[in-house]
Design a protein around this ligand. Structure first.
Ligand SMILES: Nc1nc2c(ncn2[C@@H]2O[C@H](COP(=O)(O)OP(=O)(O)OP(=O)(O)O)[C@@H](O)[C@H]2O)c(=O)[nH]1
Length: 628
């Protein structure tokens, strides 16, 4: 019965999805969603501020509205902004507007996905024309490429080219034509080097007005957030790219597509979620499901809020309430039980026909997939990120770098996260750490980590985290090697050519038949009783010094030995002294005294330093020295 009911619900849902897809229409496009990302100080915020500035009176039709985590530009505002490029009025505007996500830390949001496709339809990667591609630019490029997100590049701060004469808010090419030849030359030079830097990343970049194929080449739009030059070009490019190349994905879908951007505690409202509604309609009273850290959260929308328009500031409440909202927009959802909601999660609405369990499984599936990447052996680092999307990017990266992961979490690092990482202290100390990507660590957690010896790596750039972790690992390996060095025995096989001192200490002139000689290596000879055939291993002591032509050495390779090496051998106080001529003589070969334990030390701590020949020599010595 229950199974049948479930199957019916699933079928109804699939049918509804098909119906929603079928009802789409190329003339009914929704607003594309755009993200801005780039290195610090390239001018992301300034560019946003510039495009937000409006001549249209606040609140009038066509006005730009500030939403939750986003700014909405209706087509009328876009038309006004791009007028300088559309003097003859021939430009077509098919999209109803543009939704730009402006939550700080935009990077994490490029990674948000709804229904497997990126939440952002297009991204603006801001590059400072005076600085070129910086570390975070490269990181953003990687994210964009991995997710196959379309993007344009704003080459910002063109007004800083020496001698630039500004024409505020002008179309870029018109402004460039007005510049002195020296300024034009500098511009060309900087564009060329940027194009070269992109080529090094395997990307074809061209100035957008020279771009013959949007599919093959990345478009560069020169801009200035200060003078507004090139900003019309940037907006026009976004309009054209989205409506020409993405109309399939932008056709308005009656079915809901909604993603949680941030989870925030607001005084008087409790824990709320800021969501981006990319398709469909959301209503007050809707029953919703989102992915939570401790399982699915099912709750009911109490209120849908957007910020009060500026002119309404005298009104007490800072929010406008909505009975229902239609895509695309950013809205704050007030509902009970949202404390454990996860940023980056999808939000689904439960309709009366739906099977709640199915929807809960569906919202949880994104997190479940990530949980599967946890190492089954229980050994690994802990990772913590701000959203599902950024966690996914970090896990992908760690997987390709072969760093095992034992625990994941989303949101700020608290004491309990440190406790979890601490379980690794006994298993593998070098993995007792947390890689924190774009999240805060609370004070108490930080203190506890220090007390317990849990390393915290914090960065907003994935590969910085990776570099810091790798450096730390190398440090630990080196320390371990130092500790293990006295137990490591490097293999050698020696021929005696002279005896300079017969005992206490023994000093021999030797030739290296195989391997290397190092100070500290214990030596031995193997005697076989001619009558009983019994093998006896006679330890001679350790090498305490090495000389070639009266020059002391710490290490002598076979190739360096040439005319012979003088080797001083001293025995430990607990060993009996051996004598040349009595216990051994020049017919005996001398070997390193290797043991099972010494071979294991080489394997664990010096694996990469032991050459193939040395491994072969160890293999050959094992039976002679009765090592199993
Ligand atoms: N001359 C010039 N300066 C600019 C331009 N855009 C931004 N700046 C300046 O560059 C600095 C950084 O600008 P922001 O807009 O804060 O840069 P951001 O990328 O948002 O920086 P973060 O949010 O810290 O990553 C500020 O001092 C801006 O005034 C530009 O087009 N021309």
């Amino acid at each position: 019965m229950a199974a049948q009911k479930k199957a019916d619900a699933a079928k109804r849902r699939a049918d509804a999805h098909q119906a929603a897809l079928a009802a789409r229409n190329k003339d009914d496009l929704r607003s594309p969603i755009c993200c801005i990302l780039g290195h610090v100080d390239t001018g992301k915020t300034s560019l946003l501020d510039k495009i937000r500035q409006t001549n249209v009176q606040e609140g009038e039709a066509g006005g730009i509205t500030q939403q939750i985590g986003a700014t909405y530009f209706p087509v009328d505002a876009i038309k006004t902004k791009t007028l300088v490029l559309n003097k003859d009025g021939s430009q077509e505007y098919k999209i109803p507007g543009l939704l730009v996500i402006d939550t700080p830390g935009h990077e994490s949001f490029t990674n948000l996905r709804s229904r497997g496709s990126s939440l952002c339809n297009i991204a603006i990667l801001v590059v400072d024309i005076m600085h070129g591609l910086e570390p975070q630019t490269l990181e953003s490029l990687r994210l964009l490429r991995d997710r196959k997100s379309p993007f344009i590049v704003a080459l910002n701060k063109v007004d800083r080219l020496y001698g630039w004469e500004a024409t505020p808010d002008n179309a870029f090419r018109d402004s460039l034509e007005k510049q002195k030849p020296s300024v034009q030359r500098e511009f060309e030079h900087r564009v060329k080097s940027t194009i070269l830097a992109f080529a090094e990343q395997g990307l074809n970049a061209v100035l957008y007005y020279d771009n013959k194929s949007f599919a093959k080449n990345v478009s560069l739009v020169p801009t200035s957030a200060h003078t507004g030059e090139g900003v019309p070009d940037m907006i026009m490019l976004l309009v054209n790219l989205t409506q020409q190349r993405m109309s399939d994905r932008l056709m308005y879908l009656s079915e809901l597509e909604c993603t949680v951007l941030e989870v925030k505690v607001i005084e008087g409202l409790g824990t709320t979620i800021d969501v981006i509604l990319s398709n469909g309609i959301l209503r007050e009273g809707d029953k919703i499901v989102v992915c939570g850290l401790n399982g699915p959260i099912i709750t009911q929308i109490r209120a849908l809020l957007t910020p009060q328009p500026l002119r309404e500031l005298r009104i007490k409440s800072s929010y406008v309430h909505h009975k229902e909202v239609k895509a695309a927009l950013g809205v704050k959802v007030v509902a009970p039980d949202l404390e454990k909601a996860i940023a980056g999660s999808r939000l689904l609405v439960v309709s009366p026909d739906d099977d709640e369990d199915d929807l809960m499984d569906e919202v949880m599936s994104d997190l479940t997939t990530l949980l599967n990447s946890i190492d089954k052996s229980g050994r690994g680092v802990c990772v913590q990120a701000s959203t599902l999307g950024s966690l996914e990017a970090l896990l992908d990266f760690l997987k390709s770098s072969k760093i095992p992961v034992s625990g994941i979490n989303i949101g700020p690092v608290h004491k309990k996260d440190i406790m979890r990482a601490a379980t690794m202290l006994e298993k593998a100390k070098e993995l007792a750490c947390i890689l924190c990507f774009d999240v805060n660590v609370d004070k108490e957690a930080e203190r506890l980590a220090e007390e317990m010896g849990i390393k915290l790596f914090k960065a907003d750039i994935i590969y910085h985290l990776f570099d810091a972790f790798t450096a730390y690992n190398a440090e630990i390996t080196e320390a371990k090697r130092k500790d293990a060095a006295p137990q490591a025995v490097w293999p050698c096989r020696l021929k005696i050519i002279a005896a300079f001192a017969k005992r206490d200490p023994i000093i021999l002139g030797v030739d290296i038949l195989d391997g290397t000689l190092r100070v500290g290596t214990p030596l031995c000879v193997v005697k076989v009783d001619p009558v009983t055939q019994k093998k006896e291993i006679i330890p001679l002591g350790k090498i305490t010094s090495l000389e070639i032509n009266h020059k002391t050495q710490d290490l002598v390779k076979k190739s360096q030995a040439g005319g012979g090496v003088a080797v001083k051998i001293e025995h430990a106080v607990y060993q009996s002294a051996k004598m040349f001529g009595r216990h051994f003589d020049d017919k005996d070969e001398i070997y390193s005294l290797i043991t099972r334990q010494s071979i294991d030390v080489l394997k664990t701590s010096f694996k990469d330093d032991v050459s193939t020949e040395e491994w072969l020599l160890i293999k050959a010595l094992k039976p002679r020295l009765n090592v199993q």
